[in-house]
Design a protein around this ligand. Structure first.
Ligand SMILES: Cc1ncc(COP(=O)(O)O)c(C=O)c1O
Length: 396
């Protein structure tokens, strides 16, 4: 079975983390400041504050930007649905902006069309690591005096004219969940040029406790996933979960793997240590993945549209997403039968416009059922890439 994802770990990482969790050793607290500084330097912004998750980073950002009850926030129509409840819990109404079918990012035009006198900020996502139209969206923000928050959960290492995503907006947040460009088994960071804002976020993010149990359970899930794929046990399980009758169970299991972190628990120094190590070879890994992506694109049937990287931009190669001419769920089942895993619908990310009951995001509604994510991970072989392309082309 060729997995569509493989959690990247440095040699000995699983064992090291498991041993620290067993001993109750959260690591040397000085590592947090070192990680914040190294991260800010990598992104090219002066200030960074480590937080326990991307979601917590967003909540603290919104609160410190002064958003609250009755305000509206423009959000990507196509994004992670678990962002909606914490936004709504602050009394803010998320208003979805439609996407461009090639980049899958919200467009400046769609964002501008949703602005009302109650709009207080714009949240934009570099979807699957492909940068959004930075100039266009920043100028909408400037025209309407609205801060732009970059959601960089997928895009660490992606650039626009050699400048890192996360350095364009007023503030940006990143996530370090399992398959993110840098994985520290959970956690996040907020970056900005605004020192006061970052100081305030750091103050609120300071740990009352470290949740080593949660960290341990994330490490165990990643090890189990790897075991199931390496022993070829994952295929039958995924095939069963792909049958329409079990779709809800699959969806429930999938979302159970992404629980929100309790607000009072902090990002551990142990995670910072892992992050520091992984940041070192991130560029190298992105270059390798870019070569693999290019090869896979060149092998696909001409009716398959590949997620577009605009001129002058580099993608973080978070995942490989293609748009099929037909609904993807059926094709995925055929691929699973041939031993190739692929993701469809909410396994990529969510149609938040539909979740919010908004009927105006026509581009998203049209492409959503036809999107498929194909295997792309560090260490995938040329032979596996050829197999993925053959299986998909034949399934079509
Ligand atoms: C687009 C997007 N934004 C934000 C997040 C939230 O990150 P976290 O899981 O670290 O809270 C995710 C998580 O997958 C995401 O996909």
């Amino acid at each position: 079975m060729i997995a569509r994802r493989r959690v990247y770990t440095s040699p000995g990482e699983f064992e090291h983390l498991s041993a620290c969790v067993r001993r109750g050793d959260a690591g040397d607290p000085a590592l947090i400041a070192e990680w914040e500084q190294a991260f800010a330097e990598y992104v090219g912004v002066p200030h960074a504050a480590a937080v326990n998750s991307g979601r917590r980073g967003l909540v603290l950002t919104l609160s410190h930007l002064g958003l609250g009850t009755g305000d509206e926030l423009i959000v990507p129509a196509y994004t992670f649905r678990e962002l909606l409840p914490p936004i709504q819990a602050l009394g803010i109404r998320p208003v979805p902006a439609d996407i461009d079918s090639r980049s899958l990012c919200s467009t400046p035009e769609a964002i501008e069309a949703r602005i009302t006198p109650r709009t207080k900020a714009i949240l934009a996502l570099h979807t699957f690591g492909v940068p959004f139209d930075v100039d266009g969206i920043l100028s909408v923000g400037r025209r309407h005096s609205l801060p732009v928050i970059e959601d960089c959960a997928h895009s660490l290492g992606a650039t626009v004219n050699q400048r890192q995503t996360g350095s364009f907006g007023d503030v940006a947040f990143f996530s370090f969940e399992a398959i993110k460009p840098v994985n520290t088994f959970g956690g996040g960071i907020v970056v900005s040029r605004d020192e006061e804002l970052i100081r305030a976020i750091r103050r609120d993010a300071v740990a009352a406790s470290f949740n080593l149990e949660l960290l341990g359970s994330k490490v165990r899930s990643a090890r189990l996933e790897r075991f199931l794929f390496d022993r070829h046990l994952a295929g039958p399980l995924l095939y069963i979960l792909a049958t329409p009758a079990l779709k809800r169970l699959g969806s429930w299991l999938y979302h159970r793997t992404q629980p929100s972190v309790p607000p009072k628990s902090g990002y551990t120094p142990l995670q910072a240590e892992i992050g520091l190590r992984k940041l070192e070879n991130l560029d190298e890994r992105i270059c390798e993945r870019a070569k693999t992506s290019k090869m896979l694109s060149s092998l696909l049937h001409s009716e398959i549209n590949v997620h577009d990287v605009p001129e002058g931009c580099r993608s973080s190669q978070y995942c490989f997403v293609a748009e099929l001419p037909v609904p993807a769920a059926r094709i995925r089942k055929r691929m699973l039968l041939k031993g190739v895993d692929a993701g469809v619908e909410e396994e990529l990310t969510d149609n938040c416009a539909a979740i919010l009951g908004d009927n105006d995001c026509h581009t998203l509604n049209s492409v959503y059922p036809r999107l498929i994510s194909l295997p792309l991970f560090d260490g995938i072989t040329e032979k596996q890439i050829h197999r993925v392309a053959d299986v998909l082309n034949n399934a079509l």
